[in-house]
Design a protein around this ligand. Sequence first.
Ligand SMILES: Nc1ncnc2c1ncn2[C@@H]1O[C@H](COP(=O)(O)OP(=O)(O)O)[C@@H](O)[C@H]1O
Ligand SMILES: N[C@@H](CC(=O)OP(=O)(O)O)C(=O)O
Length: 418
Amino acid sequence: MLVFKFGGASVKDADGVVNLANVIKKFEGQELLIVVSAMGKTTNALEKLTKAYFDGDDTLHSIFEDLKNYHYTIMEQLFEPTNPVFDEVANTFVEIDWAIEDEPHDDFDFIYDQIVSIGELVSTRIVNAYLNEVGLKSAWLDVRGYVQTDNTYREGTVQWDKTCAAIQKDIPVLLQKGIVVTQGFLGGTSENFTTTLGREGSDYTASIFASCLGAESVTTWKDVPGVLNADPKFFEDTVKFDELSYTEAIEMTYYGASVIHPKTIKPLQNAKIPLLVKPFNDPEAPGTIIHENSANIFIKPVIILKHNQVLLSLSAKDYSFISEDHLSNIFRMFAQNQVKVNMMQTSALSFSVCFDYKEDRFKKLFDELSAGFKVKYNNNLTLITVRHYSADWLNELKAGKTILLEQLSRNTIQMAVK
Ligand SMILES: Nc1ncnc2c1ncn2[C@@H]1O[C@H](COP(=O)(O)OP(=O)(O)O)[C@@H](O)[C@H]1O
Ligand SMILES: N[C@@H](CC(=O)OP(=O)(O)O)C(=O)O
């Protein structure tokens, strides 16, 4: 069986849904499980809606109306008005009405997951209905009964044993009857609450299903020809990799190559399942294959940019050295606030750490750290990682930039720059 993942960009409008169905038609007769993300930028809009709800901000209602109109416009282009999908989608949106009915009492992260998850629940209803409309027999699956997580909202940890048991019990039978369409990015707790797996986590969902089912391969359909040596949104003359080893792909995504979610590859490597990254607008193109035995030839260095970074420096209030006790305290605070460290450096009197700026997490972490340490920080930085670098490339990249922190190893250089 094959697992396909279609991201937000691939289903951002009615033409995208039609294209998805055309891609699927090429694989008719094969057992197919399709993981779909929220349409276009829906998750960003739902994040804004959740924040507006928490802040008591009136824009909440207009964001919600825009989001409903966006989906209804797509549906009107795909379906007759009598299609039951209109009711299914309306009933799903009602869950947001319920969530925002009262003043916010619950934890932000919990509410976030209950609201933001609606994006995938709606997109999969539309995709599933359209596949059936064009004669591709498919069934809608609620992923929350299968991908089981703990209750770490916004970053659910997958409980692999329970998840694989549930998937193996039901999905092979369903696949014999037709295509299965399910949501990326979502999970469910043992109390039946919705969790999310971390932003852009739908690739990871595809990898979970593939690994539990022993799939032949996973294909993620993207708006790029495959994995390139750099993000084409920021660099010209990028080159595509025909193949990459699992290890190189893990390194790239760990440093922030956003083309694939960082958690995606390890389960596939363990199960020796190849990951294909292919363009959804040219399904016959070879894309990139990520697998075990790749030669990894690097004609150009791999460049990874992470924007919106904070570089924070801590020193002890009494001018003492940064001790192991201090470090263990600092890491505990980072872990409790779910802030992941991208780069760090210690010196006798200070500890510097670079991480993604997320407003809600940053303020709390900053207050906690300030209680025990002197804290200074710079924000709006970019973390540049270059793998397989050459001196020429580094000079070009560094030109005109102020480097605040730099780290070099044999293969990889990282710089926090302004
Ligand atoms: N090394 C890279 N190779 C290809 N694309 C990259 C790379 N780094 C970042 N990207 C970005 O990843 C985007 C595709 O991934 P993503 O937006 O997550 O797709 P989707 O959400 O549709 O699954 C591209 O549009 C591109 O801008
Ligand atoms: N919709 C979620 C999950 C996801 O993976 O989306 P995409 O496949 O469009 O990156 C997000 O935007 O975070």
